[in-house]
Design a protein around this ligand. Structure first.
Ligand SMILES: [Fe+2]
Length: 245
């Protein structure tokens, strides 16, 4: 029928094949504020596949709210891989990393280092989303003096981090790599985060894009964004390091 000829497609498009690897998502079920069950994780993996990803690192939170244990995370990850395989998921499960919040329990982790790293190379860190922690810069500096290469997750989402101020440039000068959330570009976290995400990408400051997928709500937003010509153009214009992982 003619109606169908003019109906706008709602199918996801594989535009994130340009990145290849998703290095930030919360798909180990029931360990943080991400996926609530293994079925939801599998649904999310199907979406990551549908929008073009070939490889994924899962990055559970490690913070005072979610003080995860490494052995438990490993066990749950193995189970996820088995179920994904049985469900016919073809995206490569590339391993566990962590999203480490620089908070009150971070110092203890630093004193007895145990970090799941992205591709065995980088520690993904995040700051408080609400207020600047007083000794965050000291902890970050301590990490670096111990030889860790750092990626700062979603700098566009910290309202107190002025993207026109000295602190973010200081991070860059210290060799900290920045990762923007893809969904920020679609306004998922509000207009201010969207504006800041585009601005720092345009300045060439951003090394990685991450989906930061937590659940099926994020997946729907990711599928919607995969049909955006603007995002496709951005991926053509800018080089990111995701495909080096
Ligand atoms: Fe995250």
């Amino acid at each position: 029928m003619a109606f169908h000829l003019f109906k706008k497609s709602t199918e996801p498009r594989p535009i994130f094949a340009a990145l290849g690897t998703d290095m930030h998502c919360h798909l180990i079920p029931q360990v943080d504020d991400g996926s609530k069950c293994i079925e939801e994780s599998i649904d999310c993996l199907r979406t990551l596949q549908a929008v073009g990803y070939k490889k994924v690192f899962v990055t559970p939170h490690f913070c005072s709210r979610f003080p995860n244990e490494e052995d438990d995370i490993k066990q749950r990850y193995e189970q996820l891989c088995q179920v994904a395989d049985a469900a016919g998921i073809t995206i490569e499960m590339a391993g566990i990393a962590g999203e480490y919040r620089v908070d009150s329990i971070f110092r203890a982790r630093l004193d007895s280092p145990r970090f799941f790293q992205v591709a065995g190379k980088y520690v993904l860190i995040e700051l408080s989303l609400h207020q600047q922690m007083m000794d965050a810069d000291d902890l970050i500096f301590d990490m670096q003096t111990r030889g860790y290469d750092l990626i700062l997750a979603h700098p566009e989402r910290y309202p107190y981090l002025n993207i026109d101020g000295p602190r973010i440039e200081q991070f860059l000068n210290q060799g900290i790599l920045l990762q923007v959330n893809i969904l920020s570009l679609g306004g998922f976290y509000g207009e201010e985060a969207r504006r800041r995400a585009f601005a720092i990408i345009e300045r060439g400051w951003v090394s990685f894009l991450g989906s930061d997928t937590h659940n099926t709500l994020y997946c729907q937003a990711l599928r919607d964004l995969s049909r955006s010509r603007k995002i496709e153009k951005l991926l053509e214009k800018h080089q990111f390091m995701n495909n080096t992982l």
